[in-house]
Design a protein around this ligand. Structure first.
Ligand code: SF4
Length: 151
């Protein structure tokens, strides 16, 4: 299927520190799905490297105290546009990111404290009806089923 994928999971060095989060089973994923790389933070005009940011309620604030919400909103709009253009029904997104995280994100204090919640991009993709997978769930996208299903 056509799958939006966080660009950093595909090996692009677009993280705040210029590194990537390339997933170990990338070749298998590429064989099975058409992966469309997206990075809301770059699409919104932020540079790499950049000061890390975390969500605080509806705002996104970087570690220097600057409000970078507008860039995150702009970038998310571009990701939503690509989701429409390609007809994507699912996305594989980097866990815990203020853009891509789904289910759990950092709490805005830059102390590595996790709270329930979604990154801005994940939140709006979910609202649009896409199924969101984190990198720890990649097995589901590679059709790994629990043993009892294969009997
Ligand atoms: Fe990766 Fe998403 Fe952060 Fe871009 S915005 S670096 S794709 S987690």
């Amino acid at each position: 299927m056509k799958l939006l994928v966080s660009a950093c999971l595909l090996g692009v060095g677009c993280r705040y520190d210029g590194k990537s989060n390339q997933i170990p089973r990338l070749a298998e994923l590429m064989k099975k799905h058409t992966c469309i790389p997206v990075c809301a933070e770059l699409f919104g005009g932020l540079p790499t490297p950049r000061v890390p940011a975390e969500r605080r309620g509806n705002k996104v604030i970087n570690r220097d105290g600057e409000d970078v919400t507008d860039a995150f909103v702009r970038g998310t709009a571009e990701v939503l546009r690509l989701a429409d253009l390609y007809g994507c029904k699912a996305a594989l997104l980097k866990e815990r990111s203020p853009s891509c995280g789904s289910g759990q994100i950092y709490d805005g204090t830059f102390t590595k404290t996790l709270v329930e919640g979604d990154g801005l991009t994940a939140q709006l993709l979910k609202k649009k009806g896409l199924t969101i997978y984190g990198e720890s769930q990649i097995g589901e996208l590679l059709d790994e089923r629990p043993f009892f299903f294969s009997i």
